[in-house]
Design a binder for this molecule. Sequence first.
Ligand code: M6R
Length: 611
Amino acid sequence: MCGIMGYIGPRDAAKVVLGGLECLEYRGYDSAGIALAEGRKIGISKCVGSVANLKAQLAKNALSGKMGMGHTRWATHGGVTKENAHPHVDPDGKVVLIHNGIVENFHELGEEFAKKGVRFASETDTEVAAFLISSLYQNDPLLAIRKACARLRGSFAFVILFTDIDDRYYCVRKGPPLILGAADGEAFCASDAAALLPYTRNLLFLEDEEIAELSAEGIALYGFDGTPKEVHTKTVDWDASMTSKGMYPHFMLKEIEEQGNVLRQTLTKRIGGPEGRAIDLEEEFPFSREDVARFRRIHFVACGTSCHAAMVAGRLADKFTGLDVRVETASEYRSGSVICDDQTLAVFVSQSGETADTLAAARQARAKGARCLAVTNVVNSSLAREVGSVLELCAGPEIGVAATKTFMGQLAALTLLVLWIGKKKGNLDREKELRLTEEFARLPLKLENVIAQGETLRKMAEGCKDAFGFLFIGRGASYAIALEGALKLKEISYVHAEAHAAGEMKHGPIAILDVHLPVVAVVPKDDLYEKTLSNIQEARARNAPIIAIASEGDEDIFRFSDDCFFVPRTENELTPILTVVPLQLFAYHLASLLGREIDRPRNLAKSVTVE
Ligand code: M6R
């Protein structure tokens, strides 16, 4: 949940680390801190708030060094204070540590140390971990780290400096991601590949229970048992320009506008094949025709926005797979007694591939014998490695905390996945396949057409910037899009928004409607159109202003709404790909009008790597 960056080499370590932290700030922005080693003298600077605050502090009291590490925090243990900000130095002053994750037995360890008279300066689990390593350190850093790891429970990515060692630092991974990079005479580490792209694209994705020693000579790798391991780097095809805002005021807007290309990239390699204009997942889909014939169930499991994409996939799967379909949030899936066995295809959807609940759910499903697939934007993520088989989103790095273009990648990839299974099961005839693939080819342009109408959506948002809340409704896949629209709005504008299946309104939510509560209805011209229209009329009868997201050419909707936004007509199965875009832009403009921190909304972090 936090962002970590480390460096050793000839450059100014402060500059490298601060640059990395800026890139990683989406992972947490409660506090920031840096430690820089100038020979054996380690200088530390910490502050509450953003990396900008840290930079300002360093401008007054500069620190320098050729080795350093920094941290942006999303608070878990201990409040948002300077004392709790990382890096932490152990009470004996031998070890400096930054940490992402949670040490679950830190109370137990803390009490044990307190009995011995140790006094901690912070309320964090990290300082306890630093002391544990320090207390085990007798000139062999690797041994001390290994012994400490054997006593620590929970999840942790550590970067560790020893105050008597000035030519190397250490990284440890058990859970949260740590990515390493080495180039001529320098070695980096970060929580996300994006922070390393300005320096190298040859990366080493640290595995669970590995320890790395980073020096000007490069990277040495060890298992938790001390066994040396071979260093295998992978070349990523992302580049540094993908992680910069360019001319855009916010990453979110840039990422919304990239969605046409995300669609193109997701579709290009999966539509074509020997038959032409055919859905072709042959290379990526890891299951044979016999496997598919054996499947009885398909489960889609995810959190947040990814779960809304999973819901859309679930509706399609009802129609095309003939399987018993279940869509569940990962936290519920893992804590229930879901029937899941070797006849279950379990699909885990996660932009980051690091979401703790989704990972835990995947582990559980695997243990029950399910056949698993990860749908993720990060092919080397923990989820991808846990599950083994990956369907990639092809969205490129997403920095805005509010997911937009990765949702688009998820919608496209999951739609193809479900249609592919439908095809394997004989439930998708060639005529329908041709209609869908032809329409898929037209979709990026249609989507860009919607984006081009951003100003209309800005005006729409302006018209309701004083509303005290919003109610979103939709049916079928449009219900999932209503949920996503409401989530986007509350995440970045902090305005209350809730979403309901349109048919459920009269069972309770309708009570809150009045002239002050706009209803946003996702009402494309599909099989469910007329029923949703009835629900819109019910809301209108209670004086609620109606904003409709409708299909082009729908003249009737004017009579039932106060404001309409039209998306181009498309095949019913593909409608969510278009209807979500105006909702993203509506949320963006409303948040912008309210002066919110759009890319870094309060209380949130992009990857939720704690349970
Ligand atoms: O990385 P994941 O897709 O697993 O993340 C799941 C949710 O945390 C994420 O979608 C969250 O809801 C976003 N902030 C949505 O904008």
